[in-house]
Design a protein around this ligand. Structure first.
Ligand code: ATP
Ligand code: MG
Length: 178
């Protein structure tokens, strides 16, 4: 469960902005161009989408706020996400923070709970949560159609990912390769 998403210098979000999510379905509404899709881009970015295209941008540096009338461009962009997970063993819940930063050179880094990690670690974390950086974790306009037209085998990939089974499959394949 995603609790909060914080953006700073990311796309149109020049100032630090915190978005809080509640249980159930959350909706983002607003006029055209106000930054709704940019919020979704921020989510994709922090879970590890690496392509500029995936961010609807020409280059990876385009995610940094590029300035506006009376506002200087930002030197870096940062997005962090706070995830609450139920702990099956303790019965309680734990919080995990994932943060991604990019500087003006286009160098980006990931941190999990304040510790620098590799993209691979972030990928593993989100895959185990059923929120891998795959196409189907984020359904955009027109993609529902694509899912409805999928073959059952293709649709199973999607269900495996949502159920968190993909993480185990990937670990198994990795072990078999080693
Ligand atoms: P719609 O309802 O039309 O889908 P939206 O609310 O989804 O609109 P977004 O696509 O999220 O809107 O935001 C578009 C705005 O974000 C544009 O005004 C664009 O100039 C701005 N934007 C995108 N990247 C940057 C950036 N790097 N720096 C500053 N502004 C940016
Ligand atoms: Mg939009």
């Amino acid at each position: 469960m995603i609790r909060t998403l914080k953006l700073k210098g990311f796309k149109s979000f020049a100032d630090e902005t915190e978005i809080r999510f509640t249980d159930g379905i959350n909706c983002i509404v607003g006029p055209n161009g106000c930054g709704k899709s940019n919020v979704v881009d921020a989510l994709k970015w922090v879970v590890g989408v690496t392509s500029a295209k995936g961010m609807r941008a020409d280059t990876i540096k385009d995610v940094i706020f590029k300035g506006s009338e009376g506002r200087r461009p930002a030197r870096s962009a940062e997005v962090s996400i706070l995830i609450e997970q139920d702990d099956l063993f303790s019965g309680g819940s734990g919080l995990t923070e994932v943060r991604r930063r990019i500087n003006s050179k286009g160098e980006s880094e990931f941190l999990i709970n304040g510790r620098k990690v590799r993209l691979k670690d972030v990928h593993q974390l989100f895959t185990s949560l059923g929120l891998g950086n795959r196409d189907y974790a984020f359904l955009e306009q027109g993609q529902i159609d694509r899912i409805l037209r999928m073959r059952p085998s293709e649709r199973k990939v999607l269900i495996d990912e949502a159920a968190g089974i993909t993480a185990f499959k990937e670990k198994r394949e990795e072990t078999l390769r080693e």
